[in-house]
Each structure stands twice: as structure tokens, then as C-alpha cells.
Design a protein around this ligand. Structure first.
Ligand SMILES: *Cc1c(COP(=O)(O)O)cnc(C)c1O
Length: 366
């Protein structure tokens, strides 16, 4: 008999599913006997340019102070970011990745009998968080790989507390029309909090960016989630933030551990938000990478979904098998069966050399 047999974990725990992340380089290297340096990871939408040199410098400087606990209130980062966003400092909350903020939302709003609304092929963490709190994740079908806001509105009832719109969406790379989004938000019942997950928003050209920040500043009930993991190339540090009315920020803060954001992350982020050149360079790299993938896939007769993020969906057929075959040849992509897209692979945009390698391997397999 297991030594754990007498323990009594909470109800429903056997049904909880663990998130399947992109495979870490070292793990795949060990498994396939490939040197980590010979592997290309295009599985987690990281910025393969590496962090901003300014952020690296700030981290080196911060390293000598790592014997100290971080500033739990992130005073300097909070003020610097507030200034950059034109928001007030009390409209911000920081998380150990924006994933942690999604969990805070669960703590504040979800319990058994309640639900959240999302799209079928949207970021799966929303669903996992709903289940963690014993709530239901209602999934609306998408239209052309894009959030179908009408279908989402149809799923909302008196027990709905949150509705998630990832814009641009992961894993489809699509975004919603700004006016359509505004009408959707305006028509929501007042007991539903819209969550706009903008993990990739900085990649959009300024003229394509949604007006969401202005809506928050106008005190509309709404929260934006953003992250330093993608455009800013700091995924390893785990830092995300939410922007919302101070009253909502206050509620979310009740579930924040005092030191959830580490001091290295705070130092790096402050430098990163000042490095406009790096963001520009990232946008260019992604634009060129996406064009490369679209062109190469067309040549191979493979469908893609037009993307405005730093990854692209490719219809390879038998996504999980292709993922494994590519991995054995040193390229890590992401299978999409967990998102209801078994024929598709999601490939993050890397450097030009990495993108080329991914397409070479795919061509070889087909
Ligand atoms: C990557 C991603 C996040 C969060 O990432 P963190 O590293 O936890 O900040 C959130 N939402 C979407 C849609 C993402 O793709």
C-alpha cells in the first residue's frame, strides 16, 4: 500500500491536468543524445535574439545584491512602468509571469458553480486555472482561427465571472478588430470582468495596437495582462503585469505572496522598458521570420494561419508525429492536439538561421 494512502487530498484533484510546456532544451538533448548547442528551440515563443544588452547589464549589476529580499512593492519598476504607460502606479500589479496573475483572477472570482468564458483554441492556462478553482471553462468555437466574440457572448450567463480575450491570441496568432472588441466589451453584463491577455501586444506596429490601455484609464471594468517573457526576451525571469482600476488591483493583491517578483527581474525589466531599439529590432526580426515561414510553407504546399505574433501555425498533418520527428532531428516545435488542432504545429519565430533549420527539417520530413 502506498505510504500516501491515508492522506486526504481535496475533492476533484485526480481530474486536474498539468500544463504541457514547450520541451526544455536540456531535456530533449539528453533524450536524443544531441548536444544542447545543436538544438533549436522554437516551442515557447521566446525571443531568440536573447535579452536586451541593457537588461543583461542591469542583471549583472543586480547580481551582487542578491542576498537581499526584493522590494515586494516593486517601487522603482512600478513607477517607471506607470510613467511609460501613462497610468498611475496603483493601476499596476506584478506577477511571477502573467500566468500568476491569471491565478490571482481565479482566487478573486472563481469557485464551484461559476464559470469563465474563453475560445476553444485560446491559451490553455485559462481552462486549467478554472479547473483549479472547481469552476467551469466554457469554450466558444473560433471563426477563421480568430475569437468569435458573438459566440463568446452567447456563452455568458449569470454565473460567468471572467471572459478571456487573448489579443493577439496564442496559439493562433490572430487578433480581433479594435471596434468589434470595444462593442463586445460595452455589451458585457456588469458582473463579468473582461481579461485582455496582451502577451504579444508590443509586437504590433503602434497603429495596430488596441486602444485597451485608454479604456482602462477611462475606468472601464477591464484588466490587461502583459508580460516580459515574449517581446522583451526575459521569459527566464518570470515577470508579468496587470493593468486595471486600483480597486481591482487591490483585490488581486490579496493573493500575492510578499516576494512573488524577484529582484533580478525588477532590475532587468526597468532596463528593458527603456530599450526601444531592442523592441524595434525584435519587431523587424519577427516580421522577416513570419514572411520567411509563409513563403517557405507556400512553396511546400502547407497551409499557415496569418500571424501577428512571434509564432506561426503550420498545417503539417499529424502534428504530434511531426513534432516528434522534428525533435529527433534537433528542432523543437509545439504540437497542437491539446488545443483541438491535431493537424497543426506551432513554430515560434527564431533567428534567421533557426527558422531556416526548422524549414529544412520539415522539408526533409515531407
Ligand atoms: C506566454 C503567454 C503568457 C504568459 O507568460 P508568462 O511567461 O507567464 O508571463 C500569457 N498569455 C499568453 C497568451 C501567452 O502566450
Amino acid at each position: 500500500m502506498s505510504v500516501l494512502a491515508q492522506l486526504k487530498p481535496r475533492k476533484g484533484i485526480d481530474d486536474l491536468v498539468v500544463y504541457e510546456p514547450g520541451r526544455p532544451l536540456e531535456e530533449v538533448a539528453r533524450e536524443h543524445g544531441i548536444a544542447p548547442g545543436d538544438l533549436v528551440k522554437l516551442a515557447s515563443n521566446e525571443n531568440n535574439l536573447g535579452p536586451s544588452p541593457k537588461a543583461v547589464e542591469a542583471m549583472k549589476e543586480a547580481a551582487t545584491r542578491m542576498h537581499l529580499y526584493p522590494d515586494g512593492g516593486a517601487f522603482y519598476l512600478r513607477n517607471a512602468l506607470a510613467k511609460k504607460l501613462g497610468a498611475s502606479p496603483d493601476m499596476l500589479i506584478f506577477g511571477n509571469g502573467s500566468n500568476e496573475l491569471i491565478e490571482f483572477l481565479g482566487h478573486v472570482f472563481l469557485e464551484p458553480g461559476l464559470n469563465l468564458v474563453m475560445s476553444q483554441s485560446a491559451f490553455i492556462i485559462y481552462k486549467l486555472v478554472a479547473e483549479t478553482f472547481g469552476a467551469e471553462a466554457r469554450m466558444a468555437p473560433m471563426r477563421d482561427f480568430t475569437h468569435d466574440l458573438e459566440a463568446m457572448a452567447d456563452l455568458i450567463d449569470e454565473n460567468t465571472r471572467l471572459v478571456f480575450v487573448a489579443n493577439p491570441n496564442n496559439p493562433t496568432g490572430t487578433r480581433v478588430n479594435n471596434d468589434a472588441l470595444k462593442s463586445f466589451l460595452d455589451a458585457l453584463p456588469s458582473h463579468v470582468l473582461p481579461v485582455l491577455d496582451e502577451a504579444y501586444v508590443e509586437l504590433l506596429a503602434p497603429e495596430d495596437q488596441p486602444d485597451s490601455l485608454n479604456w482602462v484609464k477611462e475606468s472601464q471594468p477591464l484588466i490587461l495582462l502583459r508580460t516580459f517573457s515574449k517581446t522583451y526576451g526575459l521569459a527566464g525571469l518570470r515577470l508579468g503585469y496587470g493593468v486595471a482600476h486600483p480597486d481591482l488591483i487591490h483585490l488581486l493583491g490579496k493573493f500575492r505572496q510578499p516576494f512573488n517578483v524577484n529582484a533580478m527581474a525588477q532590475a532587468a525589466a526597468m532596463a528593458a522598458i527603456e530599450d526601444e531599439d531592442y523592441v524595434q529590432q525584435t519587431r523587424t526580426c519577427i516580421r522577416e521570420g513570419l514572411a520567411f515561414f509563409e513563403r517557405s510553407c507556400t512553396e511546400l504546399g502547407l497551409e499557415t494561419v496569418p500571424s501577428c505574433a512571434n509564432f506561426i501555425l503550420i498545417q503539417t498533418g499529424e502534428g504530434r508525429r511531426r513534432f516528434q520527428e522534428m525533435q529527433a532531428r534537433g528542432v523543437i516545435a509545439r504540437p497542437m492536439d491539446g488545443y483541438g488542432l491535431p493537424d497543426w504545429l506551432r513554430v515560434s519565430v527564431g533567428t534567421a538561421t533557426e527558422n531556416q533549420r526548422a524549414m529544412d527539417v520539415l522539408r526533409e520530413l515531407l
